[in-house]
Design a protein around this ligand. Structure first.
Ligand SMILES: [Zn+2]
Length: 253
């Protein structure tokens, strides 16, 4: 394979050996990749400002690879998202979204959209969108793109549109009306009609409209808890960035 260049969002950077760096990054064409940046700790010229997590960069890959490892010849910085870095809640939201995008083993046609969604979220956070509203909406959107779309339109069991309190089934990712929730496999999270409607909008609207949605504190926390439990059930572990988000969410935006 010939050398190629790709847009990338840096997910993680680790030192490797004396001089190299190991970089995990998201790409539109192939999802999450890992690459070796040879001599990156010495050659600042080839990798100026492009080995920072959550940076939007262009990587030039050599085309040879060893197993799952790419070789990064050089990088060019496109956007560093300075404001996201300066503000802990924005940084926490960005880190969670990027980590989820990297975890989704998506089909090739979805990786392009997943990449575009993370890039859009970073730009919106940079532009000042409130992270507490942006985060649940974009998490739900990424889940849908990754093939984990939640069924939120009506009770999965009887097909009725709930008119009062309802339940979210964590193992199935669906909603159930109160009567149908009796005896259903749990955990089940109770939702108010308001919470449900907001989740439904976030899960079904196109990414570029999501900024309009506002999640007040309680609905934000409830929605994030729902996504966290759902992901824990399906991935078998928590995303590492939850702990950071939960620590910084309450600090000043
Ligand atoms: Zn029902």
């Amino acid at each position: 394979m010939n050398s190629w260049r790709t847009p990338a969002i840096v997910l993680k950077v680790q030192d490797y050996g004396e001089a190299d760096r190991l970089v995990t990054f998201l790409t539109p064409a192939r999802g999450r990749l890992t690459g070796m940046a040879k001599h990156a700790r010495k050659s600042r010229r080839r990798f100026a400002h492009c080995l920072e997590p959550l940076s939007r960069v262009e990587f030039f890959l050599s085309g040879r690879n060893a197993g799952n490892l790419e070789f990064i010849e050089k990088g060019e910085s496109v956007e560093v998202f300075q404001e996201v870095r300066r503000n802990l809640p924005r940084l926490g939201a960005a880190a969670l979204l990027a980590e989820l995008a990297g975890e989704l083993a998506a089909p090739p046609d979805a990786t392009v959209q997943i990449f575009a969604t993370v890039e859009l979220a970073l730009r919106r956070l940079e532009g000042g969108d409130p992270p507490g509203s942006l985060l649940p909406a974009f998490l739900l959107h990424l889940l849908k793109l990754g093939g984990y779309g939640l069924h939120l339109d009506n009770c999965l069991n009887c097909g009725q549109v709930p008119t009062e309190g309802l339940y979210f089934s964590v193992p199935r990712g669906v909603i159930l009306c109160a009567p149908c929730s009796q005896g259903a496999l749990g955990p089940l999270l109770p939702l108010t009609l308001g919470e449900w409607k907001l989740l439904q909008q976030a899960a079904s609207w196109p990414a570029n409209k999501l900024s309009v949605l506002r999640f007040p504190g309680q609905q934000r926390d409830k929605s994030l808890r729902l996504v966290k439990l759902f992901l824990r059930h399906h991935l078998g572990h928590d995303l590492k960035s939850w702990a950071f988000w939960e620590k910084v969410a309450a600090t000043r935006e």
